[in-house]
Design a protein around this ligand. Structure first.
Ligand code: FES
Length: 152
């Protein structure tokens, strides 16, 4: 048994230490807000916060998450990030960012992590922070606009 701190709750899981965090979230805990895209750390759909940093949960073994705060899309608006998460989600709705929606929880987790560190990001800052989050519908222009809107 391994105990993980997920969205502020000590959560015991029966899984091998090298099990990817994404598998535990989705398959063991049925927390399906975090998405599976590539499974290789390339698309960003599986982004969660680990100790405040955006990480790819598909390529993060649970052993690397022990003792650190894990925040998923289900908990981002209840965590320390609540204020920023609210303005980000409001901006996402206002600017109608989402098309198919599959990548968007990962996009929002990366955007929240960026704005937690940098309340006035430039276009270059946004592009650098969001570069690992791929969107097949190419909503990048609206994502960038929404992050600027949330930063106001
Ligand atoms: Fe993790 Fe693509 S599913 S980066």
């Amino acid at each position: 048994m391994i105990t993980l701190d997920i969205n502020g709750k000590a959560t015991r899981v029966d899984a091998a230490p090298d099990t990817p965090l994404l598998w535990v979230l989705r398959d063991t805990l049925q927390m399906t807000g975090t998405k599976y895209g590539c499974g290789m750390g390339l698309c960003g759909a599986c982004t969660v916060h680990l100790a405040g940093e955006p990480v790819r949960s598909c390529s993060t073994p649970i052993s690397a998450a022990v003792g650190k705060k894990i925040v998923t899309i289900e908990g981002v608006d209840h965590a320390k990030t609540a204020k920023v998460a609210k303005v980000v989600q409001d901006a996402w709705q206002k600017l109608d960012v989402v098309q198919c929606g599959y990548c968007q929880s990962g996009q929002i987790m990366s955007a929240v992590a960026l704005l937690e560190k940098n309340r006035k990001p430039s276009d270059a800052d946004i592009d650098a922070a969001m570069a690992g989050n791929i969107c097949r519908c190419a909503t990048y222009v609206r994502i960038r606009a929404a992050i600027h809107d949330a930063a106001k």
